[in-house]
Design a protein around this ligand. Sequence first.
Ligand SMILES: [Zn+2]
Length: 405
Amino acid sequence: MHPLVKPALRRGWRDLNTVQFGMTPAHAMTLGPMDTATGSFLDLLDGARGLPLLREEGRRMDLPDGHVDALADRLTRAGLLDDALGGGPAADALREKKDVLDRLRPDLASLSLYSPEPGGAIGRLAARRSLRVQVRGAGRVGALLASLLSGAGVGEVDVRDVGRVEPWDVAPGGLPVESVGERRDEAARQAVRRAAPDRPSRRRDRSAPPDSGAPGFSLVLLAPRDEVGVHAPDPFAAAPLMSSGTPHLYAGVVEGTGIVGPLVLPGGTGCAGCLHEDRTDRDPAWPRLVAQWRSGKARPVTPCDLALATTVAGLAAAHALAFLDGESPSSAGARWEVSVPGLHWHARPVWPHPACPCGAARKAEGEHSSTEEEPHETMAKQRPSTERPRTAETARPAGTWRAHV
Ligand SMILES: [Zn+2]
């Protein structure tokens, strides 16, 4: 192990014997008491030295025997220590591709904020390389969303859509102007390849037919260009995803309202069917309206301004990555919505509905202990296999606490 105090967090002394790591309320932490000699020793924990060399340095600085190990242990328990050599074989392989890793350094630093164990951040980043996701819909939102996931290191991003690129599909980071007139899905796949920090692997899972219910995808992102599909996601269209147990996330723009969510964990959190049932309960005219909207003529150009489309694609990519990295993003069982011109984000819950065949409501009832805890418990069971149990909420060791900043 080559210990490294996480460089993502700025350090500052709150007083003579208390160090604050980080600036923001979300991730800052204070550690104390800590004497100044130990404080100066922190500078040596930069990933360049192994523990034996650090112990030697500690003796030279007159630190007591065992102090260096105790400090490393204490920092580890506080989630503040990384390992410059850790993360396993996939992380080692990534470190060998220096130019790829350099592209991803800010992403790695961000992951280190919520990967408590040493080597955890690079382990998660490396795990993204073996993941497969699919984006359905390659308009302004979908094409950019696919590119973002690829750029963030997801190994395989498949894109599905029909038709040809129209001038109004063009967006920075998404479909380029040169692609107008090309097949939309192929143009989006090219954008994905351009965004990738690494040359795409030629490996393809041939066991999964391209238009099946998407088995083998860690996540499917539904980013329809059709506004009705965004506002009233069709439960029938999601049926193969539900039956194959494929997690999926909705994102899109409808009439100047951007929507991210819900992230559906089939049978665990509220789905498109639950949403439809709940809306029908609250508005008896809902099914009649949806039927009219769906049977109406699709409009080629819809109100979806560039900035809002980019915002939605960015937030959807962040939620998708959080899920793929093994976290529980707030879109599980909720839709985040934002409308022009006020642009105030708010979340609407998507409750599991007893009339929906997905079974999430039955499960929620069966597990009824605390409604607050349910989404997290569900997530814990549904996580991709690449990550380890959540430890963020475990008791903090003595002498560390969240900084109130
Ligand atoms: Zn449902």
